[in-house]
Design a protein around this ligand. Structure first.
Ligand SMILES: C[S@@+](CC[C@H](N)C(=O)[O-])C[C@H]1O[C@@H](n2cnc3c(N)ncnc32)[C@H](O)[C@@H]1O
Length: 216
């Protein structure tokens, strides 16, 4: 995933950061370590989107959450912070090195019991999951984003929300001549959502674009 190009006026992202409640100390530690030692730290959702997801989860009060794309665990830990003890996050990661860092931080956090980490291709993991999820964050494998739409909406509970990250793909969704795999995959996903008669969606211009989707 390339580093996202800011989609707002110069300084707006920084201003939004400054006007947003900062990360807790443990999230700051994880973000610092990821930035210093791990490949592609821009993949973390960052504090503005993390606080937005926390607001959403606080209002929704979901019992079961599914995340596609754990990376080093920043977004999963951030979501776990606002969940009651009996709520649970299943988070999926393909890369064993990233998963090992996430697992270490989950285990050291007071939210360890709320998180299950599944290592392997997420589409395989999804196929094995049973029951419904009240909130799903899709944040991985953008070249094949559209492959996740049907299996993930099938896993949504009646009032569940699917949040799809990077749905503006640094603005490259606007350029139909850009056929890089991520741009094509995101455009196919966005078109499939818009054309789906059973879904309602809103594409928020938060960070790299966050699309919220629910059943009609
Ligand atoms: C954008 S990062 C996730 C960032 C994370 N949500 C956060 O905010 O810290 C995407 C992650 O998805 C993983 N990934 C890519 N393809 C995958 C797949 N098919 N199944 C599971 N994980 C995948 C990548 O290794 C990467 O760690």
């Amino acid at each position: 995933m390339p580093a996202p190009i800011p989609l707002t006026l110069p300084g707006v992202e920084e201003y939004a950061d400054a006007c947003t409640t900062p990360d807790s100390e443990d999230l700051l530690d994880l973000a610092r370590l990821t930035t210093a030692e791990v490949d592609r730290p821009h993949m973390m959702v960052g504090p503005v989107e993390a606080r937005f997801l926390q607001f959403l989860l606080t209002a929704l009060r979901p019992a079961r959450i599914l995340e596609i794309g754990t990376y080093t665990g920043y977004s999963a830990l951030s979501m776990a912070q606002v969940l009651p003890a009996d709520a649970h996050i299943t988070t999926c990661e393909l890369n064993e090195d990233f998963a090992a860092i996430a697992a270490k931080h989950f285990a050291a956090s007071p939210h360890a019991d709320k998180i299950t980490l599944e290592v392997g291709p997420a589409l395989d993991t999804i196929a094995r999951l049973s029951g419904k999820f009240d909130f799903i964050l899709l944040d991985a494998d953008q070249p094949h984003f559209d492959h996740y739409l049907e299996p993930l909406t099938a896993l949504l509970s009646d009032n569940g929300i699917l949040a799809a990250d990077n749905t503006l793909w640094s603005g490259s969704v606007l350029d139909e001549s850009d056929h890089r795999p991520g741009a094509d995959g995101i455009r196919r996903f966005n078109r499939a959502v818009a054309a789906h008669p059973g879904l309602v969606s809103v594409l928020l211009t938060v960070r790299d674009g966050l699309m919220l989707i629910r059943r009609k």
